[in-house]
Design a protein around this ligand. Sequence first.
Ligand code: 1GP
Length: 271
Amino acid sequence: MRPSTHTDVISYVRAQTQPSHVILIDPDDATPDVAAQRCIAAVSAGSKMIFVGGSSGTDEDNVHPTVVAIQEALELCKWNASQDSGLSETDWEVPVVLFPQGAAALSPSADAITFMMLMNSTNPEFLVGEQVRGAPYIRKAGVEPMGMGYVICAPGGKAGEVGQANLIKSNQTDLISAYAMCAESYGFSILYLEAGSGANTPVSPELIRAAKAASGKLVLLVGGGIRNGATAKLAIDAGADWIVTGNLCEEFADAHELQSTLETFIGEMRP
Ligand code: 1GP
């Protein structure tokens, strides 16, 4: 749900006063109802943004119903909060943002899209091809594009394979600095350092530190293989502004258990 406190989603993303958590929902892994329940648990625990997307198996047929179910669940929670003076309605105004594998995995009901360039892909389709195909759709739908440089680091996982990326190794700090400078020079708002969903090793603090030092204007997102608050804190101490988790949120059948785990996670990751 679009935050009423800010003029657009990117202003909201930039305005967070402390490091924040993004829950990533893969519509290929959960029904819309389950996805919505997970999002309510995550927002209750303190997550401040919802990404919808995945590296494979997503298209409008599963992305759109998932986005709609999440938006409806947030609306309902906001209405419930309006009936109870002890709860804040604005707490439920958490943006639902597309994190697409390509131009076929979109929804007009999203609040924004990470309009990304997979900067270290060897395939021009991921640099600008899919983006050209998707741009008219998101313009017509009025979905806010947030320019994002997406850089995949080793081990890279499925995102690295599908995206045909020249993976950045954990000690290639000069290279990640150059990517960060390049992303900033393009005028992107966000830089996302990705290790791949389910990665055994998350993005190294050295890479995060180097990227942050080279790009003061960019909002820095880090994800892939982050399974606990202590690991997230290492990334935040190195300069990450937002931590993205996907797998962590898929392991729980019970929404209360997920909420409790995420409360601990978010509590531990903050300074
Ligand atoms: C994938 O970085 C995200 O794009 C999340 O990774 O599933 O390992 O949390 P995980």
